[in-house]
Write a protein that binds this ligand. Structure first.
Ligand code: AMP
Length: 416
């Protein structure tokens, strides 16, 4: 177990906190969604109660090692100040300038400083100015950041799968370090689901590509009792079993692998639920996520899809079969929609399964949903508040489900 915020002494200390403030901005640098900022308030409030001086570190967008004024964190400092009802100091342009360092040095108990976008320095991502990998540059940058505070708190789950200066590099240069409340919650839910799931343990995987989720499937096959596959991913699995899939999205170079995964599931006694019928369409406007005028939309009678049609959602019989598994499950991990859920007409499979997952949760199951699209999907179904845990980090939660070590977590010290 890694140390968490309450395990370390932050009283009257200068505390560096890595947060995820990678928020969406409009063309005028207005924040269009401040959820990520609001999500950091519990950790910040706790540190304020402990009379800590708080130095927040974050990145925004992909400035690629250059100071890009449009990607300044200045609007975030203003929004955080509104949300927390306290001034938030901010030094524009450079997170380790003399002025930034002086502001950090002068920071008193109960004061907050947000440093400028860390990714204005290529060294944050372990590169030199020429864009080449450079560990020494990363370490030197991590040391500079660390010199501004005494202890370090990791609360940016969205970046812990990256070995960056502010995620992994900084830890060895501070007196103590721990996971913040947000990261602690992620580790608790994802960790407990994978390590000591209450059974039956069901994984629901969907989305566009098998290739993105091969490692997740491989890892989960060792842990789950059943697995539901929907979305475009399902067609690669079906084609690998010689089922006709018409014009559906497919990854032909992954057919052998899909067959191999199905074989493994059988050997391990994992129930592998693929769709047995589909909603199909002869035309889809993918760019605008719309059904073009005059398009034919039908439901198949079985798992086969006729020529000229593509699968766009799981069919009613599939939903019924999946529903049984969802109702029985005591642990549910879900990543990826079961159809083109952005189009209402093709969202039924995803929405129905989301509602059932919420129902199971109300009856005592633990449900964990990860990844951007899956999160939008449970929101679309109106059940996001009923899911036990919605992961804040798409990439990080996928890597966690793959069983990979997350560098930003691995670097944190163990609980004594
Ligand atoms: P991912 O990022 O891999 O979770 O993929 C999410 C995307 O997969 C969403 O934009 C869905 O519209 C898309 N998707 C799901 N099912 C299908 C399908 N049957 N055909 C095409 N795209 C799909």
């Amino acid at each position: 177990m890694k140390k968490t915020l309450k395990d370390i002494d932050v009283k009257n200390k200068k505390v560096l906190v890595r947060v995820d403030y990678n928020v969406p901005l409009d063309a005028n640098q207005n924040i269009t969604n401040d959820k990520r900022i609001a999500a950091t308030l519990p950790t910040i409030q706790y540190l304020l109660e402990q009379d800590a001086a708080i130095i927040l570190m974050a990145h925004l967008g992909r400035p690629k090692g250059k100071a890009v004024p449009e990607m300044s964190l200045k609007p975030v400092a203003a929004r955080l100040s509104e949300l927390i009802g306290k001034p938030v100091k901010f030094v524009e342009g450079d997170c380790i300038s003399d002025q930034a360092k002086k502001t950090a040095a002068d920071l008193k108990s109960g004061e907050i400083l947000l440093l400028e976008n860390l990714r204005f320095y290529a060294a944050e991502e372990g590169k030199n100015a020429a864009g080449e990998k450079d560990k020494a540059a990363m370490d030197a940058f991590a040391k500079e950041l660390a010199s501004m505070g005494e202890v370090f708190v990791q609360d940016a789950f969205g970046t812990v799968h990256r070995a960056h200066a502010s995620t992994a590099g900084i830890v060895k240069h501070v007196k103590d370090a721990a996971a913040g409340f947000l990261v602690e919650k992620e580790l608790k839910f994802l960790g407990e689901a994978l390590d000591k799931p209450v059974r039956p343990f069901l994984a629901i995987l969907g989305g566009a590509k098998v290739s993105d989720k091969i490692n997740v499937i491989e890892n989960l096959l060792n842990k789950v009792d059943s697995i539901i596959i929907g979305g475009a991913m399902a067609y690669t699995f079906l084609k690998s079993q010689s089922v006709s899939i018409g014009a559906s999205l497919v990854e032909d170079d992954k057919l052998d692998l899909a067959a191999e995964l199905l074989k493994k599931a059988k050997e391990k006694g994992v129930e592998f639920l693929l769709p047995v019928d589909h909603v199909i369409a002869d035309k889809v406007d993918f760019a605008n996520k719309a059904v073009p005028a005059g398009a034919a939309v039908k439901v198949t009678v079985d798992e086969a899809i006729p020529e000229g049609f593509m699968g766009v959602d799981v069919g009613p019989e599939s939903i019924e079969r999946f529903a049984k598994a969802v109702k029985e499950a005591k642990t549910i991990v879900w990543n990826g929609p079961l159809g083109i859920f952005e189009i209402d007409q093709f969202s039924k499979g995803t929405v129905e399964i989301a509602k059932l997952a919420a129902q199971s949760t109300e009856q005592g199951a633990t449900s964990v949903v990860g990844g951007g699209d899956s999160v939008s999907a449970v929101k679309k179904a109106g059940v996001d508040k009923k899911i036990s845990h919605i992961s804040t980090g798409g990439g990080a939660s996928l890597e966690f489900l793959e069983g990979k070590e997350l560098p930003g977590i691995a670097a944190l010290p163990e609980k004594k």
